[in-house]
Design a protein around this ligand. Structure first.
Ligand SMILES: *[C@@H]1O[C@H](CO)[C@@H](O)[C@H](O)[C@H]1NC(C)=O
Ligand SMILES: *[C@@H]1O[C@H](CO)[C@@H](O)[C@H](O)[C@H]1NC(C)=O
Ligand SMILES: *[C@@H]1O[C@H](CO)[C@@H](O)[C@H](O)[C@H]1NC(C)=O
Ligand SMILES: *[C@@H]1O[C@H](CO)[C@@H](O)[C@H](O)[C@H]1NC(C)=O
Ligand SMILES: *[C@@H]1O[C@H](CO)[C@@H](O)[C@H](O)[C@H]1NC(C)=O
Length: 497
């Protein structure tokens, strides 16, 4: 992630709102699906280009690469929660752009700018894909780009960067040593490492990951990134370890919450009691900090009212609500309270989706009633999308389940994964043939496929002269097929088996 100056929205169109809006009945599955589909469509058509290295269409350089990982996570969940696979092939294309050829989510195009948090956002997306059993292609598997093995590889690379030499532990923000952020240990980098480790432990059952989660959490508590009163700070200065940046952001609370929830789920006995207590404290602190007492709306308190949120910060609420949805699944005792807040916020968010250019753009502020505040961007769309789709399990309790390797998960494990470091460091010297082995990123969708209607064909370009790699059928249009589709999605094996 990076520091950016805030870009003010165009306010001139504020008074020209059309009346299209998004009608959302939070008790109706078809209505929630329709609302999610509209918000997802607006996000995809304006702010997502999975075939580009940046993940966003040309001219939108203000968005950082990590947000592409965030978008992919949103569409993995979208598919899982709504059953609509419209965007699945683009998720795969975008994923392959990020993952290969270095096979560790450090693509050379972004190598200088990637911090542990950027890499972590992509790997937490792949963990979503693992736990939700998002389809993997044969080619993806053959080339070592399956979701679980990549998450494990990221874990290993971050493990190796864990730094006990300053401030008693922690991951630094930046990876490149000449950047200022190398001397900052921030909560999102460490919180994503913690969450990733905890979810790997829960999914694989491997206690090494749980040890890593425990170690990182302990450090965050001892370093006061997470204070005894559960105020969660943004980060600390490596040269002066007690110097904390005290800003509070929704996504930091969210990543700690989800990690505690996974650990609560994975552990037993007194350890489980410990994680329950930590989770309860983080939940209470989250509610007390970010929920507007008057309206029940989630607020990005640091910048929302002052209109100073930057392009990164405008999307943070999305990750808090995504991880609230995850927490409700793996720590079911939190479900009722979390769902109450999410359902309230889904309704509030949808009511703001009356903005330009098409009368369905969603606003940044959810505490203003049925008005659009003039903000229109990737952040506002992904925020609304996540909160709307994450209420689906409330009306369809068999949807949204999180799987483990022993009850339905299928992604291949490779705990020793190291990534393709040779390519990363010295990619120009690599023989074309070797590069080709890792050329998944050169897949592109052919525009002509739109004619076919039913079929999207993905072709490889560039060094791979190959032909059709995989074929994805588009969802059928009839309303009737939808229930059937959701039944076809992975179900947990029956407990009596
Ligand atoms: C997939 O991405 C391509 C390239 O940006 C785009 O043209 C296409 O419309 C996208 N498909 C969907 C369903 O959004
Ligand atoms: C860092 O310190 C922690 C806690 O003392 C320990 O568990 C871990 O193994 C250490 N890591 C390294 C790389 O020395
Ligand atoms: C468990 O995870 C550790 C750390 O990544 C790895 O070294 C070990 O091989 C894994 N064990 C199994 C059984 O997968
Ligand atoms: C969290 O808040 C609830 C409701 O106010 C309260 O009952 C509970 O004791 C709190 N939990 C912790 C760990 O403080
Ligand atoms: C652990 O998570 C699963 C979903 O993955 C859930 O069904 C189960 O109830 C959770 N266990 C506990 C103790 O909450």
């Amino acid at each position: 992630m990076r520091f950016t100056t805030s870009i003010l929205p165009t306010l001139s169109l504020l008074l020209l709102q059309t009346t299209k809006a998004i009608d959302l009945d939070i008790d109706s599955f078809p209505s929630i699906k329709e609302a999610a589909a509209q918000v997802a469509k607006d996000l995809a058509s304006e702010f997502w280009d999975p075939t580009s290295y940046s993940g966003v269409p040309n001219g939108l350089g203000q968005y950082a690469w990590w947000q592409h990982g965030a978008i992919l996570g949103a569409y993995v969940d979208y598919w899982h929660l709504t059953g609509d696979d419209t965007y699945n092939s683009n998720v795969t294309v975008g994923w392959l752009k990020g993952v290969s050829p270095s096979l560790d989510l450090l693509p050379k195009e972004h190598a200088f700018d990637i911090g542990n948090d950027d890499q972590g956002f992509w790997s937490i997306m792949s963990m979503d894909a693992v736990e939700r059993v998002f389809p993997e292609t044969d080619e993806q598997k053959k080339m070592g780009a399956g979701f679980l093995e990549i998450t494990q590889t990221v874990h290993n690379t971050q493990d190796a960067r864990w730094d006990n030499t300053t401030c008693g532990g922690g991951l630094r923000w930046q990876i490149v040593t000449i950047k200022g952020g190398y001397f900052y240990k921030n909560t999102i980098s460490n919180g994503l490492y913690f969450q990733q480790s905890a979810r790997l432990a829960k999914y694989t059952g491997n206690t090494s990951y749980a040890d890593a989660a425990e170690m990182s959490y302990k450090w965050m508590r001892e370093s006061n990134l997470i204070q005894d009163d559960y105020w969660i700070n943004d980060g600390l200065d490596v040269n002066e370890c007690t110097k904390l940046t005290t800003k509070r952001w929704t996504y930091n609370y969210g990543t700690i919450m989800a990690g505690c929830a996974a650990m609560y789920n994975f552990t037993t006995g007194s350890k489980r009691a410990y994680w329950k207590q930590e989770l309860d404290n983080v939940l209470n602190s989250t509610y007390a900090t970010f929920i507007d007492a008057e309206t029940g709306a989630l607020k990005e308190i640091q910048c929302q009212e002052s209109k100073t949120c930057d392009m990164d910060q405008r999307s943070f609420k999305a990750y808090l609500v995504r991880w609230m949805g995850y927490t409700a699944q793996v720590a079911p005792y939190t479900y009722d309270t979390i769902m109450m807040h999410l359902r309230k916020n889904a309704a509030l968010a949808a009511a703001t989706c009356i903005g330009e250019p098409r009368g369905t753009a969603c606003g940044q502020k959810w505490n203003v009633g049925a008005q659009w505040d003039g903000y229109h961007g990737l952040g506002e769309q992904i925020n609304a999308m996540e909160v709307i789709q994450n209420i689906i399990p409330y009306v369809r309790p068999n949807i949204g389940l999180i799987f483990n390797s022993n009850n339905g998960g299928t992604s291949r494990s490779n705990p020793g994964g190291k990534g393709n470091t040779k390519t990363m460091r010295n990619w120009r010297l690599i023989l074309a043939a070797e590069y080709a082995k890792h050329a998944l990123r050169n897949y592109e969708i052919k525009a002509a496929d739109r004619f076919g209607g039913a079929i999207l064909t993905l072709l490889t370009l560039g060094l791979l002269a190959g032909m059709v790699v995989f074929v994805v059928t588009e969802p059928e249009v009839e309303e009737k097929s939808e229930e059937k589709k959701s039944e076809e999605r992975p179900q947990p094996r029956s407990v009596v088996e």
